[in-house]
Write a new protein. Structure first.
Lengths: 641, 429, 154
């Protein structure tokens, strides 16, 4: 594969060439070596859940048609799929749990380096959770909020507090279908129970429960992570920053933080600004300390502090291969174990911090909230001291770096679109109703060497905004679009349709809005609730002219996210399909019959432009159903047949 | 029907098997000037290196002549050929009449014409007898000079190095293996063998040999003296054309044959290192003095002699060699001259890996593989079939190139891939 | 006994044939023990792919085997059943066979050529065919294979 086929990002292409010359293997090389990947796995027709197996079902119908226990393709595919949901939901929920834990410790005064940054949000949450606020110390309130939220993880019955934010109609539907999540961990455990040998063998039953589990993530674990992170670290506001490998600096200490939880990255921001450490850096010959991020933890500190992003998922090895990273700091999720082999070729120190995530070849400096700031400073010091070991001849920092605006949240959307005096969603709703905006779409998810890096995200975004669809992005998709310049307000003039451009011009926002990390997909849910509540666009999320997409997904977390969006009524298109195509029944269920159940479906389309067309057609259908005015600046009849 | 075959090496034996596959009754007489028969010349250097026992030199079982019902005249030379009488006169005076004749007399090492070249210990390396002569001297030999940097020269060097002799290879051109490889690939090989202690001197020739009866050294063209007790000459081979002189059989470098391996005289065929055939890649009439070519030609000559008309699609230059664990394969044109050729190459010097392909009008004309040789045959079939490789041009240099990658090409050009074994791909792909 | 043929359309790239082949050529013929054997059991069939479609690359035991013609030591030969066999005692590792095999089906192990031997230890079956879960691999004659293809409504 040529480097241009591996990525559309010039910085990636540049470093890939260097990696090739130096004999450093990357995820792309390992993918090429892995091809052809096993067709049974791709089709979901393989099961290893018990020792009667491992079993395979022959899609060509000559070999076995059932597993040893009698499992049919439907059962195998459905079981495998909801285990992926369980894994993804577990990742997000554990993240949420950790944040809740941090808030609790901070409120109890047991931590060094944390505090309540957004009191307003804390109070608002407390009110929502039925916790008294008047006359109370904010620490007390914080403790009670944390305890209440914490308890939702281990809850056995009842409902999740934040699920009550959804429109009444949606909540009623969930209760009717029996998919209102009872407790975050409970649903996940039940997935493991149902999918073990000899329990649930009905694919509709299995997938329904999978959806319930995903809802426990979206309206549970992830939303908790987002809300409490806002309380602890501040609710993001629109902020300018830069993205891509060019943010690394030749004359400063480069400290890259990778992973997901802001408990770590946020305190690193503070530590990297410590004057003593900056002085030490100067003594070692550096002009300062340059903090940059990769993946979602990068998005967290970008949204709140404007810290630059070095790259997204597929650039984690490439960042090290620039030879300019003095220390890469990792916590949990999306971290390739290959990093230590790359780091070994350079002076780069790889440091792991979570007791849950250790890596071969990494130095482990365990992070504890109780000692947060001192540990963070220790790690920054390690980076500063490693600066002198940088080998100049091996440093190749691409010059690519792009400006961007990020920091949009459910709150800021209406602060912005509402104008100065009254924060409201009315202008947004009106824009959709009168057709200046066709609708909105969310593009989320990872990178995957199976799809040219960033191509899926960027082409889709361009096609959507060209057709007056407002796009919100999170995670690695946000980073991809940022690198392509779509997060600049000027991008509206270059790429957006007339209607969307008018709005962006008036408000001063880019046509693609960065709303945060992957747990911040919950911000999109909240926004959708607010749009419904504002009125004029139906009374359930499934009435809205909106769609979601994950064009380059790879992680189990993406499966959970996709399911909680569909379960909440949002049509979602995935690039590569779920590994279930070996079962026509499961495929039909996901792509056709779910609509009758929850008002939304999945679609699988690896070509981003075709996928965008599917989304636009869906949005048009929703507009028709709502009897909205035609789109103001209709370009052409965009029909997919 | 009396078939007479002059020459008992690759081409001759292959012809015997081909004739017998069609004609179990006809009489076959095989004449060879070597007493030691049915052995593979290519194995001689392994034998010399001490890596192969004598009995392993044979590539057919010793009852071959009995089983195939051949009358072998070993240690006998065919002295004269009388085509009008369809007669051969042997060196023992006997006459031998034939109905169909195959001349597979092979070639002999080109020796050096310089003062002192008649001394003992200056030996070419081709036959079992040469190896025996060398072996007999080895306990008196400490230093060996090899003249010529081609395959024979380097293989000889490798063998004698394995026998713990101090070896120097003297090469006229500026690289080793100049017939087989380009400069870059040749230098990989040179680096490897020099690393292991074989000295290579390029740009030199021997102009005089020293010593009394036996060689004790030589003088190079720059005046320097090299002491050595054995000189092995690997400066190429010359076809053995003595038998056809004055007979009216057309020759140029070798005996000229048509697509059916027939000479210009009726009932007389030729094959192997003595025959000049069409080169599949260049289209020119040439001698590719290589074992697989001789085997193929002998086989086709035999089939034609026994009455089945089979066309020979031509020979290709192809060589495979390994030194100290570094395998090298080349096929076709490796050092193209002319703007119409396109050369693509990829190298990893640290790991001694080199891949090069030579294309003309998007057809593969030559290739070199150093170290990663597994897919050489796939490139070979592309060359043989002369297909347009533009869909996979860049893929040719990848480590991941293999037969699966050419399935689309086979499907496209299915008339060319007529052999039964390709049908599976054509039907099911 | 026939040979091994493959319906490429049915290959899913699971590589069961590779494992079965290596296992068949191991000492212990037991999957758990064989991976610890000193002389690593090697498979003679390798699953490769075009760009995305998998395909088991293996020796076709060609009628006019080029490897036998090219072999300069007589290590490659046809046995009575028409199987192209390789005698490791005679092999000198010259790689002429690799140079001419159009399928690239010959590999190297311990300086000797390595290729499919149609499972001589088995009575009349082949390890790879038995292991193939989609029955893409077929054991029989060419005519039987074509008949089977004709019977399927694909």
């Amino acid at each position: 594969m040529k480097n241009e086929e591996k990525s559309i990002d010039k910085a990636s292409q540049e470093i890939l060439e260097i990696a090739e010359k130096e004999g450093i293997d990357t995820a792309w090389d390992r993918y090429e070596a892995m091809v052809p990947q096993c067709g049974f796995g791709e089709l979901g027709l393989c099961c290893r859940n018990c020792l009667l197996g491992p079993c395979r079902i022959d899609p060509f119908e000559e070999g076995p048609q059932k597993g040893v226990c009698g499992a049919t393709p439907e059962i195998m595919a459905a079981r495998n799929l909801i285990r992926m949901i369980a894994a993804g939901a577990s990742a997000h929920s554990d993240h949420g749990r950790d944040i809740a834990h941090t808030l609790l410790l901070a409120a109890q005064g047991k931590t060094k380096g944390y505090g309540v940054k957004d009191e307003q949000k804390l109070f608002s949450l407390a009110n929502e959770l039925g916790i008294r606020t008047d006359g109370r110390d904010k620490k007390e309130i914080a403790m009670e909020v944390a305890e209440k939220v914490f308890s939702e993880f281990g809850q056995q019955h009842g409902e999740l507090q934040f699920s009550h934010r959804a429109p009444e109609k949606r909540q009623a539907l969930w209760r009717k279908l029996g998919i209102m999540p009872r407790g975050i961990d409970r649903e996940i455990v039940e997935v493991m129970h149902r999918t073990t040998m000899g329990v649930d063998n009905d694919c509709v039953n299995l997938i329904t429960h999978g959806m319930k589990t995903a809802l426990g993530d979206g309206w549970g674990g992830s939303m908790i992570a987002t809300e409490l992170s806002d309380v602890l670290f501040g609710t993001p506001r629109p902020i300018r920053a830069r993205v891509n490998l060019g943010v690394l600096k030749e004359d400063e200490v480069n400290l890259v933080v990778h992973g997901h939880e802001p408990t770590l990255s946020d305190v690193i921001v503070a530590a990297s600004q410590d004057p003593e450490l900056i002085e030490l850096a100067r003594k070692n010959g550096a002009k300062g300390i340059n903090l940059a991020g990769i993946c979602c933890t990068a998005n967290e500190i970008l949204m709140r502090h404007g810290i630059p992003i070095a790259g997204n998922f597929l650039q984690q090895e490439l960042a090290i291969a620039t030879g300019a990273v003095d220390l890469m700091l990792v916590d949990v999720q999306c971290i390739m174990p290959a990093l230590s082999s790359v780091a070994k070729c350079f002076h780069t120190k790889l440091v792991s911090t979570s007791p849950k995530a250790k890596f071969p070849g990494a130095e482990h400096v365990e992070f504890k909230e109780e000692e947060a700031l001192p540990i963070a400073k220790k790690i920054v010091r390690m980076a500063v001291e490693n600066f002198t070991n940088r080998v100049k001849e091996k440093v190749n920092i691409p010059k690519e770096k792009m400006d961007l605006v990020a920091g949009f949240t459910a709150e800021s959307v209406f602060r912005f679109l509402g104008g100065k005096y009254r924060s409201t969603y009315r202008p947004l709703n009106d824009a959709i109703i009168n057709g200046r905006l066709r609708g909105a779409a969310g593009i989320v998810g990872c990178n995957n060497p199976k799809i040219t890096q960033d191509w899926g995200h960027v082409e889709m975004a361009k096609e959507l905004i060209k057709n007056d669809v407002l796009v919100v992005v999170t995670g690695c998709s946000a980073i991809a679009n940022a690198k392509a310049g779509l997060l600049k307000p000027e991008a509206a003039f270059q790429y957006a349709g007339k209607g969307l451009r008018e709005i962006c011009e008036a408000v001063g926002v880019p046509p693609v809005l960065h709303v945060g990390s992957c747990v911040d997909n919950s911000r999109i849910l909240i926004t959708l609730c607010n749009v419904v509540a504002e009125g004029g666009l139906g009374d359930d999320i499934s009435d809205l002219p909106v769609a979601g997409a994950a064009p380059e997904w790879m992680s189990e977390k993406a499966v959970a996210i996709a399911f909680y969006f569909v379960g909440s009524g949002v049509f979602t298109v995935l690039g590569n399909p779920f590994p279930i195509l070996g079962s026509t029944e499961v495929n039909d269920l996901l792509t056709k019959r779910l609509e009758e159940m929850v008002g939304a479906n999945f679609a699988f389309e690896p070509d981003p432009i075709k996928a965008a067309r599917l989304m636009i057609e869906h949005i048009n259908q929703k507009r028709e159903a709502l009897k909205l005015k035609p789109v103001m600046y209709e370009r052409e009849k965009v029909m997919v047949k | 029907m009396h078939y007479v075959i002059v020459g008992g090496s690759a081409a001759g034996i292959s012809a015997v098997e081909a004739i017998r596959s069609l004609d179990r009754e006809g009489k076959i007489t095989l004449i060879s000037d070597e007493e030691f028969s049915l052995y593979s010349r290519c194995l001689i250097t392994y034998f010399l290196a001490g890596k192969l026992a004598e009995d392993k030199l044979k590539y057919r079982s010793s009852d071959f002549y009995d089983k195939e019902r051949v009358d072998p005249l070993l240690g006998v030379r065919a002295e004269r050929l009388l085509p009008e009488k369809k007669n051969l006169i042997l060196d023992n005076g006997k006459e031998l009449a034939y109905d169909r004749l195959l001349i597979a007399t092979g070639a002999s090492p080109q020796m050096v014409d310089a003062p002192g070249s008649d001394k003992e210990g200056i030996i070419g390396l081709r036959t079992y007898r040469d190896a025996q002569l060398i072996n007999a001297r080895l306990d008196r030999v400490k230093r060996v000079s090899i003249l010529g940097g081609g395959l024979i020269g380097l293989r000889a060097a490798y063998s004698l190095h394995a026998r713990h002799k101090e070896v120097k290879v003297i090469v006229k051109s500026n690289q080793v293996l100049s017939q087989m490889l380009d400069r870059e690939a040749a230098d990989f090989v040179r680096r490897k063998i020099e690393q292991k202690g074989i000295q290579v001197m390029t740009g030199f020739a021997a102009v005089e040999f020293l010593g009394e009866k036996e060689v004790t050294g030589l003088i190079l063209d720059d005046g320097r003296r090299l002491e050595c007790e054995l000189v092995i000459v690997g400066k190429g081979v010359r076809p053995n054309l003595e038998l056809v002189e004055g007979t009216g059989i057309e020759t140029e470098y070798g005996i000229i044959v048509n697509d059916y391996l027939q000479t210009n005289l009726p009932n007389i065929y030729s094959a192997g290192d003595v025959a000049q055939t069409k080169d599949l890649v260049t289209g020119q009439s040439t001698i590719n003095a290589l074992w697989p070519c001789a085997v193929a030609q002998g086989r086709i000559a035999g089939l034609n002699m026994a009455g089945k008309k089979v066309k020979y699609d031509g020979s290709m230059a192809m060589n495979s060699v390994e030194f100290f664990g570094l395998p090298v394969i080349s096929i076709g044109i490796t050092r193209p001259k002319g703007k119409e050729y396109e050369e693509l190459a990829k190298r990893d010097e640290k790991n001694f890996v080199y891949r090069k392909v030579v294309l003309k009008e998007n057809r593969l004309q030559g290739m070199i593989l150093v170290n990663r040789i597994e897919q050489a045959g796939v490139m070979g079939i592309l060359m043989r079939k002369k297909v347009d490789v533009s869909p996979i041009k860049t893929m040719l240099l990848e480590d991941r190139f293999d037969f699966a990658k050419i399935l689309p090409i086979i499907k496209e050009g299915k008339e060319l891939f007529a052999e039964r074994e390709f049908e599976e791909a054509i039907i099911t792909y | 006994m026939g040979k091994v043929f493959c319906d490429i359309r049915k290959c899913l790239g699971c590589k069961s044939c590779e494992i079965a082949c290596a296992l068949e050529h191991s000492e212990s013929k037991n999957i758990f023990k064989s991976i610890r054997e000193e002389k690593k059991p090697r498979q003679r069939v390798v699953v490769r792919s075009t760009s995305k479609e998998p395909f088991p690359l293996r020796c076709h035991h060609c009628e006019d085997a080029l490897c036998i013609q090219a072999c300069m030591s007589g290590a490659m030969y046809k046995d009575e059943q028409g199987v192209t066999r390789h005698d490791p005692d005679k092999c000198v590792g010259c790689w002429m066979c690799i140079m001419v095999c159009p399928f690239g089906a010959i590999s190297r192990q311990d300086n000797l050529a390595l290729k499919c031997d149609l499972c001589p230890d088995r009575e009349d079956s082949f390890a790879c065919v038995e292991a193939c879960p989609t029955k893409a691999l077929f054991a029989g004659t060419w005519e039987e294979f074509k008949e089977k293809l004709g019977q399927e409504k694909r």
